[in-house]
Design a protein around this ligand. Sequence first.
Ligand code: PHE
Length: 337
Amino acid sequence: MNDILNDIKTFEAEAIARLNSVLDKQALDALKIELLGRKGKLADFSKAISKVSDEMRPQIGAAVNRLRKLFEEHIASKEQTFASAVKKQTIDYTLPVRADFLGHKHPLLQTVDDIVDIFKSMGFEIASGPDVETDYYNFDALNTPEDHPARDLSDTFYLKKGVLLRTHTSPVQIRTMEKHKPPVRIIAPGRCYRSDYPDASHSPVFYQCEGLYVDEGVSMADLKGVITAFARTMFGKDIKVRFRPHFFPFTEPSVEYDFSCVICGGKGCRVCKNNGWLEISGAGMVDPEVFRAVGYDSEKYTGYAFGMGVDRITLLRYRIDDIRLLYENDVRFIRQF
Ligand code: PHE
């Protein structure tokens, strides 16, 4: 009768060795049936119990039960190992890489870069000044009298008396000329601030790009030539530029300048309100009063200055119809550029 106990021992060793070397779920399932199934080896031993002597029965019964428990534990732990391996395998390493979204420059700053590049190619250098300015640089030195409407609290954000957020980039003209003798030829992009209520074409924060060229014999024709060259590089060779008489305290004569509509080519459309022209900004010949403020000899030197609405140009080149989109920083919008 000890034979059965020996058989059980041998069977145990064999079975455990096989369980340990099982490599996948399928093989494990098959082995599970073979070991624990109704027609399995363990069932044969159970059946044999009835045939053994009364005194051996409890011993063999206990050995068979122990074995069943042992197999069950081994199988359960193997099953767990395979299940977690399956979970890991749900990563498909053969899929193409999905690149994380890379950031890029805001469309406004891309436009600033492009404007600056075009003027650099024409010999302009970059200049800059602070966003927080004094009355002197923003107004006085630019020949803007105390009673000028632009000084009004309703247009200008004053931080305290005499200190404000610049309302245009023109103060950079003064800061540059104070530091450098002529000739100067600069382009100065930057943020400006005006107390405007936001709507589709107004934002209390906006970008301008100032241009200034002072030398001997600079004329209005040079101004128009440079602006036209810029317009054609930016929007295409068919763009026309038109000057309309205007007034600025710091230029004389002064103009507002327009580009022929970049959307309809000048025929008239919704964007140009059917008149074929788009207003871009102001310009003119530097007023002798401004030269006096910076100590330039206005008998010897002349110069032109121009502003440029960077927001307007960005809206036009990307066909955007609301300036507020440029300042809301909604990534769903910004990602498109
Ligand atoms: N600073 C003016 C504005 O903000 C534009 C301008 C610049 C006009 C230079 C003339 C010369 O409207």
